[in-house]
Design a binder for this molecule. Structure first.
Ligand code: 6MZ
Length: 360
């Protein structure tokens, strides 16, 4: 009993610490309860077989290949405007509830002709979800930083990244970049390249990513989730603002990464669950942390992998023997790597300064 109490006390500390989340996929962060509710509804309508769905959702250990099958299932139940609005709102509320003070949420704009959905209307549904958050103070517009300061209410800064799925063509990727450019005033700050890493070629996405950067958008890439030296080298040569994962690097690529100082979005639970890394104690977090390489702890898909950001911090602390203050500093350092502008950075610096005074 005592031990349980201690554990919950420790967890409370990680929850109360302000945190920055830079790698979270909208459809991967959906609440399990919402996913089951939506699947049950579609099951009743006969659109899907609920029991098949439930079995996949409740499964905990999944290979990378199975995870992408699961995403296809999730998309069947979430890809309509009303649902996208709902899950966006819930995901933001869940992150805010554990004191994430800045969230960069990424999602792949989707087309579904049968319900009149195009990439723009999909993204409008996401923005509608941000607008409908009313239980806390939210700032997602690049033009009203000051609106998110000065009260005691719980608050969160949210910015959006538009993901290009590795199944897409150059033309479809370009469409996503153009959409991102048009939606900068509602918090879109950049582009992400994600999706099944065994599919697609770097050369297909490169023109759109280059164009995005030329137009002033930030770019982050899923890099090295599977071994692929040629692609990893090309990605590092591109010098993206950040990369995600970096699991399957060879010596040469580590060297290049460290020289480049490209910040790495670390997703521990995800990497273990998908078997990209064999066990926590050999995770490259330790090596990058020791080398003072810029890193940020992230969840990737909190719903799919049953985790949250507080849990990721707790996990790093217990696995690598790092103390609260060391991890507080790691969280604070993440502010340097956000894609929002200087105004937001200044606000976040104040949040962390104030927390440093009160948290012990
Ligand atoms: C690569 C991933 C991913 O965009 O529909 N996604 N891509 N590696 C991962 N590691 C496990 N986790 C999620 O969110 C779901 C989509 O995000 C990408 C995949 O393309 C997935 O379909 P959205 O909101």
């Amino acid at each position: 009993m005592e031990e349980t109490e201690d554990k919950s006390k420790v967890m409370n500390w990680w929850v109360s610490m302000p945190k920055v989340e830079l790698h979270a996929h909208l459809n991967g962060s959906i609440r399990n309860s919402t996913l089951l509710e939506l699947a049950r509804e579609l099951g009743e309508k006969g659109t899907i077989v609920f029991s098949d769905f439930e079995h996949v959702i409740r499964k905990n250990d999944r290979s990378l290949r199975e995870v992408f099958k699961l995403f296809d299932l999730i998309h069947i139940v979430t890809t309509d405007h009303k649902t996208i609005t709902r899950i966006t709102k819930e995901v933001v509320e869940d992150f805010a509830a554990e004191n994430v003070v800045y969230l960069e949420l990424r999602t792949t704009p989707k087309r579904n002709d049968s319900i009149g959905m195009n990439k723009r209307s999909y993204m409008e549904a996401v923005v509608e979800g941000l607008r409908s958050v009313n239980s806390l103070e939210i700032n997602f517009s690049s033009y009203d930083v000051e609106k998110c300061s000065g009260t005691n209410e719980k608050k969160i800064f949210v910015r959006l990244l538009l993901s290009i799925d590795r199944r897409e063509s150059t033309q479809a990727a370009m469409e996503t970049v153009n959409l991102a450019l048009e939606m900068r005033d509602v918090g879109v700050v950049g582009i992400d390249l994600s999706g099944n890493p065994t599919i697609g070629e770097w050369a297909t996405f490169f023109p759109a990513l280059k164009f995005a950067r030329e137009q002033g958008l930030e770019v982050t890439l899923h890099c090295g989730e599977v071994p692929n030296s040629v692609e990893i080298q090309s990605m590092l040569d591109f010098l993206p603002g950040r990369i995600g994962h970096a699991c399957c690097f060879q010596d040469e690529e580590w060297k290049k990464l460290k020289l480049s100082k490209i910040p790495v979005e670390i997703c521990l639970t995800s990497n273990i669950r998908t078997e990209s890394i064999s066990s926590m104690d050999v995770h490259h977090f330790a090596e990058l942390y020791k080398a003072s390489h810029p890193i940020v702890l992230c969840t990737d898909d909190s719903g799919v992998f049953s985790t949250n950001l507080s849990n990721e911090y707790a996990l790093v602390s217990s696995t690598f023997g790092l103390g609260r203050m060391e991890l507080f500093e790691l969280a604070r350092k993440a502010v340097d790597f956000i894609y929002a502008g200087e105004g937001v950075k200044m606000e976040l610096i104040k949040v962390f300064e104030s927390a440093a005074r009160t948290l012990k």
